[in-house]
Design a protein around this ligand. Structure first.
Ligand SMILES: C=C(C)C(=O)SCCNC(=O)CCNC(=O)[C@H](O)C(C)(C)COP(=O)(O)OP(=O)(O)OC[C@H]1O[C@@H](n2cnc3c(N)ncnc32)[C@H](O)[C@@H]1OP(=O)(O)O
Length: 293
């Protein structure tokens, strides 16, 4: 218990300090202003506070080659530091969110190269992003594509989306969270069935088992995901960040440690100007003006 309290204090101080240090103007990428090869980026929403990153490798159904993952990490890091961005939407094309790691690229890998290069380790930037990240999944989300979606905080699915962990058919197993995150989300039996057969599930089943929080007609998916980002963006970016971390802690600790972490984080919000403002605004019957302080 002492350990979790210590961990909490250090993590919360770091978070609050990091938030306070965020520059008011940071790099802003637009769909027209960047030289991406494998992704597209734009900032959208009425308040221009939602970043949309679109995986853009149509010839390979957005297979996640090294170049694509590097660009994705770079964009996520930049948006993570941009004080004007409240939420990030990650999406693909109508046919594929992503059909997995690039099979042609990884086929020649040897065991020793995988170990020494810690293959797939650099994918974790997505899960490290401190801002809320919403996956808007149309079409295939397979293998690493499904794992990428699961690294996000919320998954919205288009009504034709398909999720699966087909690595078993390639003579390998999921390597970026498929056996771990999927099992925590859908339970052992369904995760085992998906990982051992490689069978896909459709959007409706994914919603039924809790893998996605909403199924939306494919052509409205991105708009709805952006609206979700905008809704989150009406709140304090600072408190949203703390709340995200508290929810994520549920996956990483025991219930007792998680409850303790949540309680201390809740207490910490009482040291922020945004908590004061939020409650004061309620009392004065006016909208809150948050400053992330
Ligand atoms: C983290 C790990 C280890 C992993 O993710 S392992 C990879 C797991 N993913 C998979 O096994 C899915 C592989 N893809 C498929 O099974 C099929 O492409 C789908 C998604 C069912 C779609 O099938 P189709 O509609 O018939 O399209 P298909 O012609 O296969 O694909 C279009 C192009 O994308 C390429 N492509 C699709 N998925 C790819 C992948 N994961 N890696 C590399 N290329 C891929 C495919 O080779 C083809 O290229 P080309 O035209 O040069 O032959």
């Amino acid at each position: 218990m002492a350990n979790i309290a210590k961990l909490f204090t250090v993590r919360t101080q770091t978070l609050l300090q990091a938030a306070a240090r965020q520059p008011q103007v940071a790099t802003r990428f637009s769909s027209t202003g960047s030289n991406w090869e494998f992704i597209k980026t734009e900032v959208t929403g009425e308040k221009k506070n939602v970043a949309v990153i679109t995986l853009n490798r149509p010839k390979a159904l957005n297979a996640l080659c090294n170049g694509l993952m590097k660009e994705l990490s770079t964009a996520l890091k930049a948006y993570g530091k941009d004080a004007n961005i409240s939420a990030i939407v990650l999406t693909g094309s109508e046919k594929a969110f992503a059909a997995g790691a690039d099979i042609k690229e990884m086929a020649p890998n040897t065991y020793s190269q995988c170990i020494q290069g810690n293959f797939l380790n650099d994918w974790t930037e997505v899960a490290r992003t401190q801002k809320p990240i919403i996956a808007a999944v149309n079409g295939y989300a397979l293998g690493g594509g499904c794992e990428l979606a699961m690294m996000c905080d919320i998954i919205y699915a288009g009504d034709k989306a398909k999720f699966g962990q087909p690595e078993i058919a390639l003579g390998t197993i999921p390597g970026a969270g498929g056996t771990q995150r999927l099992t925590r989300v859908v339970g052992k039996s369904k995760a085992m069935e998906m990982c051992l057969t490689g069978n896909m599930i459709n959007a409706q089943e994914a919603e039924k088992v809790g893998l996605v929080s909403k199924v939306i007609p494919a052509d409205q998916l991105l708009g709805e995901a952006v609206k979700l980002g905008e809704k989150i963006g009406t709140h304090s970016n600072l408190i949203v960040q703390l709340c995200k971390e508290a929810v994520n802690t549920a996956y990483e600790t025991t219930l007792q440690e998680g409850l303790k972490f949540e309680r201390r984080t809740f207490h910490a919000t009482f040291s922020t100007a945004d908590r004061k403002e939020g409650m004061q605004a309620f009392v004065e019957k006016r909208p809150a003006k948050f400053t992330s302080e």
